[in-house]
Design a protein around this ligand. Structure first.
Ligand code: NAD
Length: 485
């Protein structure tokens, strides 16, 4: 547990090392504004130092038998279980989400480690003994090399765990650049992996911001980049990584739609949307930020939604019963408040102004559940990702109208339908343009053995994170065709 300002270092070759760069940034607890740590803003020389180490480590790690690699993953899984509560508290401390949500995040990270521990099966190739008379053909799977991972602030454990456990299980070595706003958890993740028996140099951390990212993009020894973050940065990473001949997957921003039909259970829909729109302070790439509700039930839905929103307890996520924690920084809160002003200017109906809510502390960066009604697609608050507890309601005639509307968004990460009709579910599944769908489920985030798959501007690349896509991304294939007759 962090109790006083910690000076963070980079983790290279199994050691905490002083960065070459002297620049630093303060990491604060968003619920209190209290300084937790100083994080280095490393530079390209720091990246180079880690890349050289990772390139050397790759020579032996890539040749380490796969079952031996998997055994380290099993041990790592055990250590994460033993440190579950400590990790959850660290997430709440640096990110602000409540402890129950933080525990859920630890669980999601753990599942990635469990999936990666299946490496001996996942790494298997294919053989066809008779592609022609006396000729056989086989596919072998190999790691790619040094992989770079760049992660966002909103899931300090789950998102890094989408990347390094599987990449490493597949025989790659890894350089992680955690978000400079939530860098603490990554340190415990690497310490526990080392304790599990991971050899030095296989997993390295280079803290920092865009200089590190550019260093990773430019470094010739880094063969693949996995990125998760906002849309403009994802596009930048995708283009530049590709221009430098690297394999890249870049998961980007979102504007997720939920649809509430008149035949749905409105209480289920309201509970789901409260959880999705306001949980984790709306700072989830799968958060519901627009709800399209069928006109006939719209008034009743809004009444129930407002009642539920009024019951939300806001405050420090460490405290019992707190549901809504802070947003990540004051600068983010300022930006979100500008969106609220813009919504009012654009004539959306502000039916709940979270700026007026009380919280259980005087410090921190808090915004209560904020709800706009009568929103339409010409408004900025409908179009752009706000990434905060701000929800837009659109009233629609029917499912056709709701799907047409959602499909106009440039983003397409998730979408949820609340209904009891199988026919509507089928229409939704076949016509909505989004990668991760939910039916009467508030956050349809796939588990680690399935791909995490946004569409349109929510994803840049081919192979998604996790599951078989992840294995494909972190491996390259070799074919051998042999004649023995
Ligand atoms: P961000 O884009 O600001 O930062 C992500 C990473 O990129 C960080 O490590 C940061 O240091 C780096 N970065 C930021 N600006 C950069 C720049 N100009 N040049 C190079 N690197 C830069 O994102 P964030 O605010 O940390 O995270 C929130 C965003 O992440 C939201 O848009 C959210 O939707 C998205 N996200 C998407 C998914 C998904 O699966 N699609 C999952 C989680 C978060």
């Amino acid at each position: 547990m962090v109790t006083k300002t910690k000076i963070l270092k980079n983790y290279v070759n199994g050691q905490w090392v002083e960065p070459i760069s002297q620049q630093k940034e303060t990491v604060v607890n968003p619920a209190t504004g209290e300084a937790l740590a100083e994080v280095p803003l490393s530079n390209q020389d720091d990246v180079d130092q880690a890349a050289q180490v990772a390139r050397e480590a790759f020579k032996t790690w890539s040749k380490t038998p796969v079952p031996k690699r998997a055994r380290i993953l099993f041990k790592y899984q055990q250590l994460i279980l033993e440190h579950y509560e400590e990790l959850a508290e660290l997430i709440t401390l640096e990110n602000g989400k409540n402890l129950a949500e933080a525990r859920g995040e630890v669980q999601r990270g753990l599942e990635c480690v469990e999936f990666a521990a299946g490496a001996p099966t996942l790494m298997m190739g294919d053989t066809l003994p008779d592609i022609a008379t006396g000729i056989e053909s086989s596919m072998y799977r190999y790691p790619v090399g040094v992989v770079g991972g760049i992660t966002p602030f909103n899931f300090p454990m789950m998102v890094p765990c989408w990347m390094f456990p599987l990449a490493i299980a597949c025989g790659n070595t890894f350089i992680l650049k955690p978000s400079e706003r939530t860098p603490l958890l990554a340190e415990r993740l690497v310490e526990l992996f080392t304790e599990a028996g991971l050899p030095d140099g296989v997993l390295n951390i280079v803290h920092g911001a865009h200089d590190v990212v550019n260093g990773v993009l430019d470094h010739e020894d880094i063969k693949a980049i996995s990125f998760v973050g906002s849309q403009p940065v994802a596009e930048y990473i995708y283009k530049n990584a590709a221009a430098n001949g690297k394999r890249v997957q870049a998961l980007a921003g979102a504007k997720n739609h939920s649809i509430v039909l008149e035949d749905s259970n409105l209480d289920t829909a309201v509970q789901g949307i409260i959880g999705s729109a306001f949980g984790s302070a709306g700072e989830r790439c799968m958060a519901c930020s627009v709800v399209a509700v069928q006109e006939d039930v719209a008034d009743e839905f809004v009444e129930k939604l407002l009642a539920a929103a009024n019951d939300i307890k806001m405050g420090n996520g460490m405290n019992d019963d707190v549901f809504l924690g802070p947003v990540i920084r004051q600068s983010h809160l300022d930006r979100v408040e500008k969106y609220i002003d813009l919504g009012v200017e654009e004539k959306a109906k502000l039916i709940r102004d979270g700026r007026l809510d009380v919280k259980d502390t005087d410090e921190g960066y808090f915004l209560g559940a904020t709800i706009f009604d009568d929103v339409n697609e010409d408004m900025t608050i409908w179009q752009e990702e706000i990434f905060a507890p701000v929800l837009s309601i659109v009233r629609v005639k029917d499912l056709d109208a709701a799907i047409d509307l959602a499909n106009k968004s440039e983003f397409a990460n998730g979408a949820v339908l609340y209904t009891e009709s199988g026919k509507s579910v089928r229409q939704f599944r076949e016509t909505i343009e989004a990668g991760m769908l939910g039916v009467n489920v508030n956050i349809p985030a796939p588990m680690a053995f399935f791909p995490f798959s946004g569409w349109k501007n929510s994803f840049y690349g081919d192979l998604h994170a996790n599951g078989k896509d992840g294995v494909e991304f972190f491996t390259r294939k070799k074919m051998i065709t042999s004649r023995f007759a």
